[in-house]
Design a protein around this ligand. Structure first.
Ligand code: GDP
Length: 315
């Protein structure tokens, strides 16, 4: 299965983002702390690096993520040029309060009345951009000049006299390269999925949990996970909860739904779906698969060409 994203106004949004980025001093990229790289929009990252804009990478929803994995991700991003990582949750006003200060540190030459610090917030859907924006606006101490009230069409919002937020539309990428990214995003509800795919997403989640958090499965559902695979875990959840369809068979769909819900709400515990190391391993596997595919395609093309040449010689 491959989860694809079909953006409605991709090109218009991209153009708008490019324009906004030209007028921006610091890009805030909101990521989901549970799956930071899978929730990163490569297009935004490319644009940002091209424009050489510093970036505050917010690892949001860190209240739901595994703190050990989050610390590894913070080191990973902090090692990058022009990047500060900031694990936080929009639920904590004190976390939100630090954002402007961190942005100022990334662009120390800005932030005076003649040169206000211009900040832009980017990120894929459901990572918490609106919540963050609202939290920042609530803290707003001053409205400057003739700025109109905040409306949907507003382009610039002053957070204080020296800091302005550039409003940008959400932006997604044209294609999710790795199936596992699509599955992680669906598990975390960044992209929608229908009931059929939900079952596949739940099995994928169960496999990650088996590998990294079997103790959480044992604690919540009383499962003895040894020897289990993803399907068995989902079935196990249903059996423990007594989810049956008419006729007595296990209700796999409901079991899948409950597992996903428990992960999404944090009821299962603090879980990260990837670490810098697991990401590197997945990327290497993906590259090897792509290479194999290309070699297979080349071999088929060569065989066809040979066959065609033989046909010609024979005729
Ligand atoms: P947007 O699509 O990026 O604007 O995301 P929203 O701001 O609409 O947030 C998506 C969902 O994530 C909402 O249900 C928020 O309540 C939730 N959310 C946002 N920030 C956090 C956070 O730090 N922790 C948790 N647990 N949930 C959050």
């Amino acid at each position: 299965m491959s989860i694809q994203w079909f953006p409605g106004h991709m090109n218009a949004a991209k153009k708008k983002a490019e324009e906004s980025m030209a007028d921006t001093d610091v890009v805030i990229e909101v990521l989901d702390a549970r799956l930071p790289e899978a929730s990163c929009n490569p297009l935004v990252e490319r644009m940002r690096v091209f424009r050489q804009r510093p970036c505050l990478k917010i690892l949001n929803k860190s209240d739901l993520a595994d703190p050990v994995a989050t610390a590894l991700w913070a080191s990973y991003y902090n090692a990058q040029d022009n990047v500060t990582a900031y694990p936080m949750t929009t639920k904590k006003p004190s976390d939100v309060a630090r954002i402007v200060t961190l942005c100022k540190q990334l662009a120390p030459h800005r932030g005076v009345p003649t040169k206000p610090l211009r900040i832009m917030i980017m990120g894929i859907p459901n990572v918490g951009k609106s919540t963050l924006m609202n939290a920042l606006l609530k803290r707003r101490v001053a409205k400057v000049g003739d700025e109109p009230a905040v409306t949907k069409t507003q382009q610039r919002i002053y957070l204080d006299q020296h800091t302005v937020l550039i409003d940008t539309p959400g932006l997604m990428w044209p294609k999710i390269d790795m199936d596992s990214d699509g599955l992680m995003l669906a598990a975390s509800h960044a992209i929608g999925s229908n009931a059929l795919i939900e079952e596949e997403v739940a099995v994928f989640l169960a496999e990650v949990l088996l590998e990294r958090y079997p103790n959480l499965l044992a604690a919540r559902y009383g499962l003895k996970t040894e020897g289990m695979d993803g399907v068995a875990v989902v079935e196990g959840v249903g059996m423990k909860r007594g989810f049956r369809v008419k006729g007595g068979d296990l209700d796999f769909e409901k079991s899948a739904h409950v597992l996903l819900h428990d992960y999404r709400s944090g009821a299962l515990g603090r879980i990260s779906l990837e670490t810098p190391q697991s990401r590197a391993e997945r990327l290497a596997r993906h590259a090897a698969e792509m290479q194999e595919k290309a070699e297979r395609a080349a071999a088929i093309a060569a065989a066809k060409a040979e066959e065609a040449a033989r046909g010609k010689r024979g005729s």
